[in-house]
Design a protein around this ligand. Structure first.
Ligand code: AMP
Length: 215
């Protein structure tokens, strides 16, 4: 099954994508993770992308499309995948559609997570991550056992550069102007599955599973 997970920053795309990955045994393809990894390795693409990401702006389409098309070509994607954070513009969605038409392997469902704006900001401002990749915490909703330290490796938790309030505002704006038009794009194609994602992680997962089982 090929699935797109759509939604504003802080909607819980990453968390839900990981659950779908396990449940349906298809890989989660997160352009945010791929870009952060390229930036960490200081590849030319990663270095160029980092300047945009640190500001909370979208990375230009050609860079992101190239990266994701390459990733979708790997063998683990043969029986499907879940796209987390891609597409984010109509241009990206059109490129994706062309690529998947060429492979005769269309998208099966577009899960669209909806959360109130105040809740999104609260989730993002309190988010802390393990710099060694052991996952995400939240100051209020998912605090670590020892304050400020990762439960797995005890490394000091950090805040993502783009989770600072001014950057969050830029990201929200990018979502509203560039990404929200995709809701109509996929509704027109009969693929959209709107989900109320302001409740618990489990209740969102349940709704997603019902929507996918009916798809
Ligand atoms: P995320 O981890 O999905 O919140 O993405 C973090 C940042 O990576 C975004 O704010 C953008 O700067 C960049 N990014 C991730 N996915 C895309 C995309 N599909 N198009 C453009 N920029 C992206």
């Amino acid at each position: 099954m090929r699935i797109i997970l759509l939604g504003p920053p802080g909607a819980g795309k990453g968390t839900q994508a990981k659950r779908i990955e396990e449940r349906y045994e298809i890989p989660q393809l997160s352009t945010g993770d791929l870009l952060r990894d390229a930036a960490k390795r200081k590849t030319p693409l990663g270095t160029e992308a980092k300047a945009y990401m640190d500001e909370g702006r979208l990375v230009p389409d050609p860079l992101v499309v190239g990266l994701i098309v390459e990733r979708m070509g790997l063998p683990d994607c043969a029986s499907g995948f879940i796209l987390d954070g891609f597409p984010r513009t109509v241009g990206q969605a059109e490129s994706l559609e062309k690529e998947l038409d060429r492979k005769k392997s269309p998208i099966g469902a577009v899960i669209c997570l909806r959360v109130d704006r105040e809740k999104l900001i609260e989730r993002l401002v309190g988010r802390r991550i393990c710099p060694k990749g052991h996952g995400e915490y939240h100051l209020r909703f998912r605090p670590p056992k020892i304050e400020g330290r990762c439960d797995v490796c005890q490394t000091e938790l950090v805040q993502r550069e783009d989770d600072q309030e001014d950057k969050i505002r830029t990201r929200m704006k990018a979502y509203e102007t560039e990404t929200a038009p995709l809701i109509e794009f996929y509704r027109d194609r009969g693929l959209l599955k709107p989900i109320e994602a302001g409740g618990t992680v489990d209740s969102t997962t349940q709704q997603i599973e019902s929507a996918l089982n009916a798809a």
